[in-house]
Write a protein that binds this ligand. Structure first.
Ligand SMILES: CNc1ncnc2c1ncn2[C@@H]1O[C@H](COP(=O)(O)OP(=O)(O)OP(=O)(O)O)[C@@H](O)[C@H]1O
Length: 181
């Protein structure tokens, strides 16, 4: 397991025995107009879904750096402050021995204009009218925590169809600073 992974703090032997891959997911928020920038994923994992921006964390960067880098690469916006942590999501897919550990961030302070890239087609949405029918099935469960500014940890078990959730756990937490635990 990646030493930066916080997955080891989950008190579940089955979970701890699994390999985890680190990902980021970042949502640029326009607080003046109550909008969030989503991107239509044009290729690869989650193709044709709307989502925040993100991807795999590289070996030489922190998760926050990874979130900033992916935002620049995929949307044309660059955060002008350190992105804010808002949640941790763990995804398990039937028949896949590797769990996804997704670090969720928002940024309210960024430069640039959204631009379409090879990977994403960005579009603004009202934060209270999210297009959940075009998003991952777990998103409606935890998005309210983001809106309320509550930190959260969630685990979702997906069937191989990548749509059906067979089990889920979601809770508000006081801190996402696991290293200080
Ligand atoms: C299962 N429910 C889910 N709900 C919400 N978001 C989800 C998700 N599952 C994956 N995600 C996000 O999808 C992106 C995939 O990243 P992905 O394109 O594979 O990474 P990366 O850009 O490094 O890939 P390539 O460079 O194309 O290999 C990444 O932000 C990750 O957090």
């Amino acid at each position: 397991m990646d030493s930066r992974s916080v997955a080891r703090y989950v008190e579940d032997a089955q979970h701890q025995a699994m390999k985890h891959r680190l990902y980021t997911l970042i949502f640029p928020m326009d607080i003046y107009r109550n909008r969030v920038l989503l991107g239509m994923k044009k290729r690869g994992f989650g193709q044709n879904k709307l989502n925040g921006f993100g991807g795999k964390v590289e070996a030489d960067e922190s998760v926050a750096q990874g979130a900033s880098r992916e935002l620049c690469e995929e949307s044309g916006l660059s955060p002008t402050e350190e992105p804010e942590k808002c949640g941790l999501l763990l995804f398990y897919f039937e028949n896949d021995p590797v769990a996804m550990e997704v670090h969720v961030f928002i940024t309210r302070s960024f430069a640039g204009q959204p631009q379409e890239t090879d990977e994403m087609r960005p579009e603004w949405f009202d934060i209270r009218e999210m297009p959940f029918e075009h998003m991952w099935a777990d998103d409606p469960s935890w998005w309210p925590y983001v809106l309320d500014g509550k930190l959260f940890v969630g685990r979702f078990w997906f069937k191989a169809d990548m749509v059906t959730i067979t089990r889920q756990e979601l809770a508000q937490v006081g801190s996402l600073d696991f290293s200080a635990k």
